[in-house]
Design a protein. Structure first.
Lengths: 325, 325
């Protein structure tokens, strides 16, 4: 069905904010059919001039931190201040029942039915890099359709936090109050990657604990190396339940964007993200060529096992493989 | 000259701790001649069974932190406790005058002339990945020659800190007392990567400041996510000048190694490092095949520029390139 709409029709429809066409366009880019993939590539090229003017926010946090609830409250805050918000996801497990807002209909509330919001579950699983690429293209389509704020949530497993940093401007880390166990689910390196931290559930008996945690994290961040752009990551507290602190998160991100636009960092970062996407895609395509030779994929896996066990050097293995091309 | 020695002669010589042969073997693996590269690959395969029994320590820090002085003191401490120490470097600038111990003969002192020490400057510059691979192979050769502690220092520019983490067991970060300016030269993510921190120059008037910095960094680390293996990174102070704190650094690393050997993490980490080296080498070789086609390298660079500027989508560019293969 998607193939009966021309590129020009897609582009015009997106420019008019046609949500049905946006959904179909995203379905098209997710398709694995070669003819759809070619059409999708032409569509992305056609809409590139209409993209780039949004804020791209990555949101991550361990299961139980209240990500769905936060995104609901944050999304409504943005809409009430005049924004048009798209919510996408990177979910390698492709399971909509593992803590993503997009799988939890009981928490979708007002956001999912608001005319200025667009919510789309993650693409079906492929390689993690492929999934990130599809989400990147979905982001561009949402921008072409007039959404000025794109939220990309990660279901916090494996590498998805690092992935989301490749396609967003601002990386927001949701945290629970306290150290120790609450830090267990967070991958090393993620806190230093964050542009802002939000301590959630700062209500009732947890309020004082959340404020104490904010001081401690702010202090810890002070002893980490500075952001290359000069931006100093901030730590906020919020309660989706009490509806407090959400506006401050929005204000922080707006200050960040103003700062990074003024010093050229935003442009430089996006340029580098584009380059990374290209290099990775190229590497994957080259590997596909390698695997198209019968039996070579299995041989690579066998050699990799020998290398992992220290019984074969990488250089010899690679030489063996390349000889066969 | 190197090619007139057989693989078996190399192996036996290394097993006997022949330093002259070790030097020649490292020169062989660094050579770019195809016949040398083939011989080097066979040599590495032959000595693999003789490797793996050392401690591999990566040491990094900003220029001015006192890295050369520390490595001199630390190396002598290790030797005095019965170890045999090799010191290698990853230096992408290939300039031996930019703060590496290996370029600073005035600071080499006792270590460079001790029979139980072996010091080798970085290989000539190539790709950063290639440089890391050569250092990896040099590490294996040193192990085959009986060195039980391998120190790999990085000249702290660009990506070399991340590189050294791919080929070492313990990542040691040298720091100056204080925050703010002193943190300027450290890349984001490096502190969270460290298995241990050492505040240097804890002597004279700087002593109290160094101790205060240790408390603050230990506190900051407490609020970062834990190491997946359960190891809690420690913060030490030392003074190469007063000869204090050096033995404590050695003790910390020994405790780390015992901990990681007991829980299987060391083996798992090395296995993953081997796999990474393989995958990266394979990717580079595939890219070399791509670039062997005349004009394709330049075209890739032109397309990359268009992509960086947001004027072309990565997918289309990659498609264009792959069609030509």
């Amino acid at each position: 069905m998607a193939s009966t709409i021309s590129i020009e029709q897609y582009r015009e429809g997106l420019q008019q904010g046609n949500i049905a066409l946006l959904s179909r366009a995203i379905t098209l880019i997710e398709s694995r059919r070669p003819d759809h993939q070619r059409q999708a590539a032409r569509l992305i090229d056609a809409i590139l001039p209409d993209t780039g003017k949004s804020v791209r926010i990555g949101i991550t946090g361990v299961p139980g931190v209240g990500k769905s609830t936060f995104i609901e409250a944050f999304g409504m805050q943005l809409i009430e201040s005049g924004k048009k918000v798209a919510v996408l996801a990177i979910d390698p497990s492709s399971s909509i029942s593992k803590g993503s807002i997009l799988g939890d209909k009981t928490r979708m509330g007002q956001l999912s039915v608001h005319p200025h919001a667009f919510i789309r579950p993650s693409a079906a699983s492929g390689s993690l890099g492929g999934l990130t690429y599809k989400t990147r293209e979905a982001t561009l389509l949402c921008e072409a359709a007039g959404f000025d704020t794109i939220i990309i949530e990660t279901v916090g497993v494996g590498q998805s936090e690092t992935e989301v940093s490749h396609i967003t401007d601002f990386f927001l880390l949701l945290m629970l109050a306290g150290a120790g166990d609450e830090l267990q689910g967070i991958k090393r390196g993620i806190m230093e990657m964050a542009d802002g931290l939000v301590i959630t559930k700062a209500d009732g008996e947890n309020k004082e604990k959340a404020k104490a945690a904010r001081s401690e994290y702010a202090r810890a961040l002070h002893f980490l190396p500075p952001h290359p752009s000069g931006w100093i990551p901030e730590v906020k507290v919020c309660s989706a339940y009490d509806q407090t602190g959400i506006a401050e998160v929005q204000a922080m991100i707006e200050r960040y964007m103003a700062h990074q636009q003024a010093n050229g960092y935003l442009e430089q970062n996006r340029s580098e993200q584009n380059r990374f996407a290209f290099r990775r895609l190229l590497g994957e395509q080259l590997q596909q060529i390698l695997y198209s030779k019968p039996g070579l994929k299995e041989e690579v896996q066998l050699l990799e096992q020998e290398i992992r066990n220290g019984r074969l050097s990488p250089y010899s293995a690679v030489d063996r493989i390349i000889q066969q091309l």
